[in-house]
Design a protein around this ligand. Structure first.
Ligand code: SF4
Length: 209
């Protein structure tokens, strides 16, 4: 039972460390990029880091706002580019993706999961009820003797019947396939956008595995 005397404070509501105003002005003048991972494995985010030192050149022109790298939990202001990893598997994913669409000029589906559902979409061929049963009731890894129950709470995001690619929920502007895409491919797309060029992903760095 909920203890009413305890005030809940969520991490995204904690006061942020104050910025040095001079540094903030420099970052605010750059192109704003936000990132998010939905139903995926964060491998595409790791590909972003695979740009290695090339990322330093990019960071002269862009600043990363909401992302798992910066640990900012909300988009602080309108962004130019939103980098989306993962498919859409629950109602919270839908809500957050719509928030990104409203707050980013350009949205990019990065990786197989965002582009077409990827590995998580393997569950689409099995009815949701069967997936729950296998995961929580008949699971071979269940703790012996533990009560078998399918978790339900109003605050737990509701699982969608199917894992959807992002473009089935909102309009996506660019797609970088691969599982994960090559860091070079992500760099090429971001570099084209940041420098006002038409996006051109050469076949030697564009892959579908
Ligand atoms: Fe992970 Fe591959 Fe999905 Fe990227 S596309 S989130 S690497 S499973």
């Amino acid at each position: 039972m909920k203890d009413e005397s305890v005030t809940e404070i969520f991490s995204h509501e904690l006061p942020a460390t104050a910025w040095d105003p001079a540094k903030k002005a420099i970052e605010d003048a750059k192109i704003q990029v936000a990132m998010i991972g939905f139903c995926g494995c964060w491998g595409c985010h790791l590909s972003f880091l695979d740009m290695d030192e090339a990322i330093l050149g990019l960071l002269e022109k862009v600043t990363i706002t909401r992302s798992s790298f910066t640990d900012l939990k909300r988009i602080p202001h309108h962004c130019t580019i939103g980098f989306i990893e993962g498919g859409i598997a629950n109602d919270e994913n839908i809500e957050v993706l719509e928030h990104y669409r409203e707050n980013c000029d350009i949205l990019i589906s990065v990786g197989a999961c965002a582009v077409w559902g990827g590995t998580p979409a393997m569950r689409n061929v099995v009815p949701l009820e069967e997936c729950f049963r296998e995961a929580y009731i008949d699971s071979p890894t269940a703790v012996p003797g533990a009560k078998k129950t399918i978790p339900y709470h109003s605050e737990i995001p509701k699982i969608t019947n199917k894992v959807m690619p992002c473009h089935e929920v909102v309009k996506m502007d660019y797609f970088i396939p691969g599982c994960p895409p090559d860091g070079e491919a992500i760099l090429k797309v971001l570099d084209d956008l940041v420098n006002g060029r038409e996006v051109d992903l050469p076949s030697d760095i564009n892959r579908y595995d």
